[in-house]
Every structure is written in C-alpha cells, then in structure tokens.
Ligand binder design. Structure first.
Ligand SMILES: [Zn+2]
Length: 268
C-alpha cells in the first residue's frame, strides 16, 4: 500500500511542477500565486485585492490639469527664469502618481510641453486651449478637477500656497479648504493664506474643482523651494492629502454649482 501511495504522490508533484512552469511562462508571477491553491500566498492576493478596492480614492475619476504649456509659459521664476508651465507639469505628474496610489483613476489634460490649441486657430488661442482642456475633463466624467499653477506678483514679498475655488460654489469651497489646510500643515509656509473664491474657466465645469497656486515664483525664497524636487513632492503630497481628507469628511457634501452654459461661446 505504501508503495502505491508514494508513486501517486510523485506523479501529482510532477504534474504540479509542470503546470506551475507553464503558467509562469504565459502569465507571469500572478498566475503562480493564483495556482498556489489553498496556500497562504493566495490568501495574500485576495487580501491585496480587498485592500485596493477600499483605498480612500477608489472609484473616483480625478482630472489633473497642468496649467499653461507650449507657447504659453505662464509666470516666470524671478531669479531662474524657469517657466511656470514646466513646474506645473512636474507637480501635476507627482499628484497623478500619488492619487493613483490612493486608488483614484486619473486623467491628465496635458502630458508634455504643449498648448491644447492649433497654431493659428479662428478663435483666441487661450480660449481654444481652455475649451479642449474642458472637453477632456467632461469626456472623462471627472468627479474632481485639480488645476496646478504657480503664482506671481509684482511685489517680491508675497508668498505662500493658495487654493482657489469657483466663487460661491460650496463644493469647491469645501475641497479648497481641505487642501489649503494640508498645504499649510505640511509645507509650513511663512505666510498662511486662506482658500479664496475666483473666476477661472477650468473651475466652471459643474464638478468640485480647485486651482492650486503652489507658491510665488516672484518670491526668491519660494522660487528656490519650488525648484527642488523634494519640495515639489511635498507640495503634491499635501494636495493629495487634502483630497483624501475631503473625501473622508463626515456627512453629505454640498453640490457643486451647475456647469456654465457655453453654448453661445465662440467655437473652433
Ligand atoms: Zn498659471
């Protein structure tokens, strides 16, 4: 009896080994984990899947808009001359990565150094650029819009990150307040600003939206900070922490104002 059992067990072992190799060859490491049957590895895979479904931003689509681009450089670093568009894109990419780590699906309005308008459009270049950004956001069905910018001012002393929301929009105000609070807490700016209502095209699409001015390129100290990767990572981290805080606020969130009707606006 003992001999037959050993023989059977040996055959099973060789079949198992063959299948594992075959699965590895065609489907990579996950297949091996799935094939492990009732082992602890399978339980770990299941646990990971459960965890990713319950990440703070799971199920959310978030639009990240890197301000300016291409012909439109935006503000300029007073000392370095670095254009705002470059720093915006870098921070936006960091925000994208961190949002994904929290479970969000992210749509970027631009992914390189270009404007979203034609060379010589029949309407204002800036308007066409904004229309196309808006189209990307609306088409993606974004639940939230985060527009990333750097500030500047004629005087050199102004500093500090500041988050803007659509004037009178209670949804944007709540989101902006949560992000502003994290930016102050995480970045400890010399000047702690308050979130502010403002009039920006990108904030008028009918979803909770904010425009984040990460800091002043006209302020020597803040420009130097924004030129370091370490600080830009902290800025992005503060923005994402703010979004997570906002999501986790108890109670029902206020509705955003309706999208501005632009049907009468010039179209390309
Ligand atoms: Zn800007």
């Amino acid at each position: 009896m003992g001999g037959r059992v050993r023989l059977f067990a040996g055959m099973m072992l060789s079949v198992t080994a063959f299948c594992t190799v075959a699965l590895l060859a065609c489907a990579g490491g996950n297949a091996v984990q799935a094939f492990a049957g009732q082992s602890g590895e399978t339980k770990q895979v299941q646990a990971d899947q459960t965890a990713s479904a319950s990440l703070p931003l799971s199920g959310m689509v978030i639009a990240v808009d890197a301000g300016h681009g291409g012909y439109d450089g935006g503000a300029l670093g007073r000392v370095s001359g670095t254009p705002e568009k470059t720093l915006n894109l870098d921070v936006a990419r960091r925000v994208e990565r961190l949002l994904k780590e929290q479970g969000a699906e992210v749509v970027m309005t631009r992914t390189d150094d270009y404007a979203l308008c034609d060379e010589d459009p029949p309407i204002r270049k800036k308007l066409q650029d904004m229309q196309r950004r808006a189209a990307i956001i609306v088409q993606a069905g974004a639940d939230v819009v985060l527009s990333i910018h750097m500030n500047e001012y004629a005087g050199r002393s102004e500093s500090g990150p500041q988050v803007f929301y659509r004037e009178e929009c209670p949804a944007g105000r709540l989101l902006a307040g949560a992000i502003q609070e994290q930016m102050i807490g995480q970045l400890e700016p010399k000047k702690a600003r308050s979130a502010l209502g403002g009039d920006y095209y990108i904030l008028t699409l009918g979803v909770p939206s904010v425009l984040v001015e990460c800091g002043f390129l006209s302020n020597e100290r803040e420009e130097a900070l924004l030129l370091t990767e370490e600080y830009r990572e902290r800025v992005a981290d503060a923005v994402v922490r703010g979004v997570v805080r906002w999501v986790e606020l108890p109670g029902e969130k206020p509705e955003p104002l309706e999208a501005v009707d632009r049907s009468g606006e010039e179209t390309a």
